[in-house]
Design a protein around this ligand. Structure first.
Ligand code: UD1
Ligand code: CA
Length: 464
C-alpha cells in the first residue's frame, strides 16, 4: 500500500554515457569496490520508501547489480532527463518524488535527508539541491530573480554572462508529485540537444507561481557527476580518502594515506597497521593488531587477529587465521586456508589447500589441492604435483610430518602423521605414519679422485 506522504526516489540511469567511451554501462563501472550506481542507491535507500530506477534497453547487468526492492522502468529512447522521469510516473507514489542521477557517488544520505526535510518544511513545489563550485562548466546554472529561483539553464544553452554563474544544479530535486507530472507534460525539446530537459520543469513551475526552493550542498564535491573517466578517477580519490578517514577513526593506523588503496568493501580491526603502497580490495576482512607491510595486495580475503604480512604478499580469496605470518613474497590463491601461527615464507604458493596450525613452509614451495596437518615442516623446494595433465589430485600430509627439501609429492598421495621424507625424493606411493621414505639413487664417493684426475691431466700435457 502506498502511503500518502510516502517518498519515492527516482534514480536516473538510462543515459548513453557517450563520454565514457565504454561498452559497459557507465553506472556499472567499479568505484572503490562497488559499481558506481551502488552509491546513489545506498544514499537514496536511507530516505526513500520506494526506489524506482529508470534504465535503458539491455540493462540486465544493471538490474542484477541494483538487486531487489527496486522497481525498474525502461526508457526505450533516450530523449532526455525530463522524458526519463516521466517514464517513472506509473511506479511513483502520490507524495514527494525525489529525483537523483545515478552517476553521483559522493552524494551523502545526510544531504538527501536535509533536502527532503527542507522541501517538506517549506511546502515548495520543488526544491533543488544546488552547489557553488569553482569550475561550473558543463553543469546547469541556477537563474534567480530577486533571490528566488526562476529557472535552470543548461551549460550548452547558456549565454556568456550566465556561464559565469557559480551556482549549479546538482541534478537532485524534490518535487510535489502532482505538480511534477503536470509540468513534465509541458516540457518541449527546444534546446541545443533537442532533448526533454527535466531542468525545464523548474522554470515551468516557477512561472505557474509555484515556490521553488534551493538548498546548497554543504560540500560541493557531493555534486560531482561522473560523465567521463577523469571524473571517475577524481571521485575515486575523494572516496578513498573518506574510506581511510573512516578506518582511522575506527582505530586503524594508516602510515601513508596518500598511497594506501583500500576499497569501500573492506573492514579492518583496531590497532592494525597499514604500510605505504598497499592494495586491499573486495570483500576483505582484517582483524585487530595485524601488520600489512608495503607491496601487499589483498583481494576478497579474511585475516584473523595479530596476523603479520611481511612485504609483497599477494592474497586472493584466502583465509588466514590468528597469528599466522606470511611473506615476504608469498602467493595465496583462492581457497588457501592458513591455520593459526602457521608460517608461509618467501616464494611459497598455496592454492585450494588447508595448512594446519603451526605448520611451516618457509621457502620456495608449491602447495596445491592439499590438506596439511598441524606442526608440519615443508622444506624449501617441496612441490605437490597435483596435476597430471588431465585432472587435479589431492595430497594429504599428517600432523608433524617432515617434508625434506626438493621433494616432489606426486598426488594422489597420503603422508602419514610424523612421517619423514628424505630430501630430493619423488614420492609416488603413500607413506605410513612414522615411516621414513627416501627415493633417490645411492650416493657414490670416490676417495682421492680429484688428485688422481689432476695427475692424469699433467701426464697428458707432458706427452704433448
Ligand atoms: C544534468 C542536468 C544539469 C546538471 C547535471 C549535474 C539536465 C538536462 N541537466 O546534466 O543541469 O547540472 O546533470 O550532473 O537534466 N538520463 C536518462 N535518460 C536520458 C538522459 C539522461 O536516464 O534520456 C540519466 C543519465 O543516465 C544520468 C542522468 O540522467 O544519470 C543525467 O544525465 P546526463 O546526461 O549525465 O546529464 P548532464 O549533462 O550531466
Ligand atoms: Ca551527469
Amino acid at each position: 500500500m502506498i502511503e500518502m506522504d510516502g517518498l519515492t526516489a527516482v534514480i536516473l540511469a538510462a543515459g548513453e554515457a557517450k563520454r565514457m567511451r565504454s561498452r559497459q554501462p557507465k553506472v556499472l563501472h567499479p568505484l572503490c569496490g562497488r559499481p558506481l550506481i551502488g552509491y546513489a542507491l545506498r544514499a537514496a535507500r536511507v530516505v526513500a520508501d520506494r526506489l524506482v530506477m529508470v534504465v535503458g534497453p539491455n540493462a540486465e547487468g544493471l538490474r542484477a547489480a541494483a538487486g531487489e526492492a527496486v522497481t525498474f522502468v525502461e526508457q526505450r529512447e533516450r530523449l532526455g532527463t525530463g522524458h526519463a522521469v516521466l517514464q517513472a510516473r506509473p511506479a511513483c507514489g502520490p507524495g514527494t518524488v525525489l529525483v537523483l542521477a545515478g552517476d553521483m557517488p559522493l552524494l551523502s544520505s545526510e544531504t538527501l535527508e536535509r533536502l527532503v526535510n527542507h522541501h517538506k518544511a517549506t511546502g515548495a513545489a520543488a526544491t533543488v539541491l544546488t552547489a557553488v563550485v569553482e569550475r561550473p562548466q558543463g553543469y546547469g546554472r541556477i537563474l534567480r530573480q530577486g533571490g528566488r529561483v526562476k529557472r535552470i539553464v543548461e551549460d550548452r544553452d547558456a549565454t556568456d554572462d550566465q556561464k559565469k554563474l557559480a551556482e549549479i544544479n546538482t541534478s537532485v530535486y524534490c518535487f510535489d508529485a502532482k505538480r511534477l507530472w503536470k509540468a513534465l507534460a509541458e516540457i518541449r525539446p527546444d534546446n541545443e540537444q533537442g532533448e526533454y530537459y527535466l531542468t525545464d520543469a523548474i522554470g515551468i513551475l516557477a512561472r505557474a507561481g509555484g515556490r521553488i526552493e534551493a538548498l546548497a550542498a554543504p560540500d560541493p564535491v557531493e555534486a560531482l557527476g561522473i560523465n567521463d573517466r577523469g571524473q571517475l578517477a577524481a571521485a575515486a580519490a575523494i572516496l578513498r580518502r573518506r574510506i581511510l578517514d573512516r578506518l582511522m577513526a575506527e582505530g586503524v593506523t594508516v602510515l601513508d594515506p596518500a598511497s594506501a588503496y583500500v576499497e569501500d568493501t573492506v573492514t579492518i580491526g583496531p590497532d592494525t597497521t597499514v604500510y605505504p603502497h598497499v592494495l586491499i580490495e573486495g570483500a576483505t576482512t582484517i582483524g585487530r593488531d595485524c601488520v600489512i607491510a608495503s607491496g601487499c595486495q589483498i583481494s576478497a580475503s579474511r585475516l584473523g587477529d595479530r596476523v603479520k604480512l611481511k612485504p609483497y604478499c599477494i592474497l586472493t580469496e584466502a583465509t588466514v587465521e590468528d597469528e599466522a605470518q606470511l611473506g615476504p613474497f608469498c602467493h595465496l590463491r583462492p581457497k588457501a586456508h592458513i591455520g593459526s601461527r602457521a608460517r608461509i615464507g618467501n616464494f611459497v604458493e598455496v592454492k585450494n589447500s588447508r595448512i594446519g596450525r603451526g605448520s611451516k613452509a618457509n621457502h620456495l614451495a608449491y602447495i596445491g589441492d592439499a590438506t596439511v596437518g598441524e606442526d608440519v615442516n615443508i622444506g624449501a623446494g617441496a612441490i605437490t604435483c597435483n596435476y597430471d595433465g588431465a585432472a587435479k589430485h589431492e595430497t594429504k600430509i599428517g600432523d608433524r610430518a617432515f617434508i625434506g627439501t626438493n621433494t616432489s609429492l606426486v598426488a594422489p598421495l597420503t603422508v602419514g602423521d610424523g612421517a619423514y621424507i628424505g630430501s630430493g625424493s619423488v614420492i609416488t606411493k603413500d607413506v605410513p605414519p612414522g615411516a621414513l621414505a627416501v627415493e633417490r639413487s645411492q650416493q657414490i664417493v670416490k676417495e682421492g679422485w680429484v688428485a688422481r684426475r689432476a695427475a692424469k691431466s699433467r701426464d697428458k700435457d707432458e706427452d704433448d
